[in-house]
Design a protein around this ligand. Sequence first.
Ligand code: ADP
Ligand code: LRH
Length: 472
Amino acid sequence: GERIYNLAFDFGASSGRMVLCKLEDGKLTLEELHRFPNHEVRVGGHIYWDLFGLYHELKQGLKKAAAKKVPIQSLAIDTWGVDYGLFDKDGNLIGNPVNYRDSRTDGMLEEIGKIIPLEELYNRTGIEFMYFNSIFQLYAEKKMRPVILDNAKRILFMPELFGYFLTGIMYSEYTFASTSQLLDARKRQWDYDLIEKLGLNKEMFGDIVMPGTVIGDLLPEVEEETGLKGVKVIAVGSHDTASAVAGAPLESDDAAFLSCGTWSLLGMVLDEPILNEASYKYNYTNEGSIDGKIQFLKNINGLWIMQNLRRNWCEFEGEVSFPDIIREARAAKCQDFTINPKDPRFTAPLNMMKEIIGYCRETGQGTPEGLGEMAMAIYNGLTEEYRKSIQYMEEITGKTVTCINMVGGGIQDQLLCELTAKKTGKRVMAGPVEGSVLGNSIVQLVAMGEVKDVQAGRDIIRNSFDVKIYEP
Ligand code: ADP
Ligand code: LRH
């Protein structure tokens, strides 16, 4: 049959990947062409991203794609949320994008609370209070580095930065914009009144396009450098979580999704935001999703803790892989240690082992011995958060969750999937791993008129990939 190809770039906080997606006879297949680590860069007391290093990797991916010599229709980019770059009047980037874990946002919630009551801020934007939301980053920037904001004429969020470098076109996409906490959750448009109240220049925030919009062509110099020609650039659900939700083959409206990467995003898809006392109290978020829907979810500090345990163990004790850690955890003598992943000490520590041990000691649990017991403390802490989040979500929505559809790199961790089913008492459907890539790809297919709608795209995903069931 006919073969349709597109390219999905998915930049996570821990790694980036470029995948060649092929649709043939109603089935999607994936070929990973390029994968690279994403590092935080600590310098001058701040934490940044290596933006141009990432753009370099993106172009390496495009070169590999060109070398495949297949007709590629389109490409799209999704990334982690909230981070951005600012441009001057001539279209030049001012400064290097800051990593959301940077401590410049400390105290900004309280500052903004003096300008607008936090409950009102929640009721307008529907976004849970997370220290790193762009609203807090921008406000910190206004206070601490005014020279940048004074000269900024345009804000572009992470995926849009790459889109601009590739096409020369500036755009703002709905799902990502929602993570800024500057969007009106009901209208799905910038809340200009809020933006002005904060003393930010509203001209910086451009017209919003919905996921599934064809943006344009690659710049001639990009085509020449990479050898990739005639490919359309598309705005998809450019927030990785929106793409992950699009790519999760949810069995019904009562199924929850759990996107497991650096963060754990646990929630449900709704038609309209829930903005009431309960959602405010439990600090649930109403992010923009594809098809103008809302992904009602809880942001849980996730496998970030495991990534850093692994990194530090490799630095100080010797090389270990994730499967090694799982084996150690299963074999650990004490299975009961637990941490609270929400504790700020786990946000950006230099040594995660020290924090896990410190937490366990200070909470009277004794000292976890070795890699396995530390890993168990993470598993128990995470799955306990999943359990509570499901319980609160059922309370807020009045729904009963029938099943949890886990997607993302974390589902390769069978112990995590098992414990999630056990702790929450819900059936777990794990798969596919590359949820964001698939969501990215099907929204491209819809934009190019190859697939009727996102629902039809989800059916294709269901027919193309196996899921693994874990009973509680
Ligand atoms: P992000 O997109 O946020 O960078 P991913 O979705 O790639 O994150 O997920 C990364 C996580 O997946 C790692 O932190 C690790 O916990 C888990 N993981 C990756 N590979 C494996 C593996 N082979 N076995 C078990 N877990 C794995
Ligand atoms: C997951 C994610 C999450 C955001 C965080 C910054 O990768 O996009 O949805 O809250 O990163």
